[in-house]
Ligand binder design. Structure first.
Ligand SMILES: *Cc1c(COP(=O)(O)O)cnc(C)c1O
Length: 457
């Protein structure tokens, strides 16, 4: 019975053609998704739960730079970079070489059994490139959510307090604690409770909707937390300097520094979740720099290792050392292949001048999107910093969310070879976070597809 079943699975396997090297351009050779992707999707539906969904079910064969190629041979301009992960480009040569060399040397020993240099080097690089010149230490883990979990553990141990403050529209992950820290229930936490307690969610700064200046918005946040919890019961405040899933809100000037000052004055650990905004994405190593912040702890993940799973908590040595020996770690944390890739990512950011590339991309995207905003009044706002730019779609002349238009535009773009991601609590934001390796030509081509998409609405 089992043998028969295995045979039937194997005969169902689709022969996927191997894709040779490909030119850097958008190219459609079948309807989207193509026949091979459709067949692959049927295989997937039998064995992958529906809880794991895909934005665009084209199955990928190859990727390089800012282009991904599916198994039918369609080539997409990737404006999402796997949610800001392949920040220095898909299959960057230096990352591939470094990871391949490390694969051949050793793939695992477990840093907490017999350690190795790569872990230390990543910790040194994070100490160097996160804001502030105080002494810093780093623990490496596997995912963003795990970094958030560890930061909270460390802050609680250091302060001896339990409370966790987060902001409206925040997203911090899919583990039990981070589900409790997210703003949006559906789809992240619906039906998955009970959730961790002692999490307090305060209003944030969202200039397009609240119209508040930074000082007023900060006063509102602080007063909310003082009334509903009390500063002396808070271990930490966790903020995304530019919210990711929330829709790339850039807080009003002065908002975040006021929160940091309040944390410092009250012994609350100020944690910057830079999992989406960090690693050169905004034209600075970490977005905190744009706001003059020096967070106590900084979280990195997504873009840090060119697509290999790696994340870190970097922070003031005295805080990081609060956790007892054996209190931090995990089997795969700081995997040697992932750390080798991360070291190459840091080197490429320097040698390719990628901070400046992020500013170039901001310029091209904002110019193009602002021109679209003049033509199409459903674009309520163009915002963001560096290669982290978004547009919020509204009912014309109002601030009412227009999620239907976002869905239609993203779908039109996909049908025409451009991968764009959506965001926002109300699903009415299109976010652009391409690789910093993307050329002006590809960006302009993608913008022309968006123009057609808006015209077709
Ligand atoms: C993606 C993300 C996380 C969670 O990271 P995972 O690696 O998916 O666990 C946490 N915070 C922010 C800001 C993110 O963008």
């Amino acid at each position: 019975m089992l043998a028969a079943k295995l045979v039937s699975i194997m005969t169902d396997t689709i022969a996927v053609p191997s894709i040779p090297t490909f030119p850097t351009e958008r190219l459609l050779v079948t309807p989207i998704p193509g026949p091979l992707s459709q067949a692959m999707h049927r295989r997937r539906e039998a064995v992958v739960p529906v809880g794991v969904s895909s934005v665009l079910p084209v199955y990928i064969a190859k990727a390089h730079g800012a282009i991904v190629v599916d198994i039918d041979g369609n080539q997409f301009i990737d404006l999402g970079a796997g949610i800001g992960v392949t920040t220095i480009g898909h299959t960057d040569d230096a990352v591939v070489d470094a990871a391949s060399a490390q694969l051949a040397d050793f793939t695992h020993t477990l840093f907490t059994i017999t350690p190795y240099e790569g872990y230390i080097r990543v910790a040194e690089l994070l100490a160097e490139h996160t804001p502030g010149d105080h002494a810093k230490k780093t623990v490496l883990v596997n995912s963003g959510a795990e970094a958030v979990e560890n930061a909270v553990k460390i802050a609680r141990k250091y302060t001896g307090r339990g409370g966790i403050a987060v902001l409206e529209h925040a997203y911090h992950g899919r583990t039990n604690l981070t589900m409790a820290m997210n703003f949006k229930a559906a789809p992240y936490s619906t039906g998955f409770g009970p959730f961790a307690g002692d999490v307090y969610r305060a209003p944030n700064s969202y200039p397009f909707h609240d119209g508040l200046d930074g000082a007023t918005a900060a006063k509102r946040t602080i007063s909310y937390l003082e009334k509903t919890v009390g500063a002396t019961d808070l271990a930490c405040l966790v903020v995304e300097p530019i919210q990711g899933e929330g829709g790339f809100q850039v807080p009003a000037a002065g908002y975040l520094p006021a929160l940091q000052d309040w944390c410092t004055a009250n012994g609350i650990v100020f944690i910057a979740d830079e999992i989406q905004s960090g690693m050169a994405r905004t034209g600075a190593y970490f977005a905190s720099e744009h706001f003059g912040l020096v967070p106590d702890l900084v979280l990195s993940a997504k873009g840090i290792a060119g697509g290999l799973p790696l994340a870190g908590v970097t922070g003031r040595s005295e805080i990081m050392d609060a956790a007892q020996p054996g209190g931090l770690g995990g089997t795969f944390g700081g995997n040697p292949v992932a750390t080798a890739a991360a070291i190459a990512v840091f080197e490429q950011i320097e040698s390719l001048g990628l901070l400046a590339e992020a500013r170039r991309i901001e310029n091209v995207l904002k110019t193009g999107l602002s021109a679209l905003q003049e033509k199409y009044p459903i674009i309520g706002e163009v915002r963001g910093i560096g290669a982290m730019v978004a547009i919020e779609l509204v009912q014309p002349g109002t601030h009412e969310p227009n999620a239907a238009a976002v869905t239609a535009i993203a779908s039109y773009a996909a049908q025409h070879g451009v991968i764009v991601l959506t965001a926002g609590t109300y699903g009415n934001v299109l976010r652009f976070l391409p690789s910093l390796a993307i050329s002006d030509e590809l960006l302009l081509d993608a913008l022309s597809v968006l123009d057609e998409a808006f015209a077709a609405l």
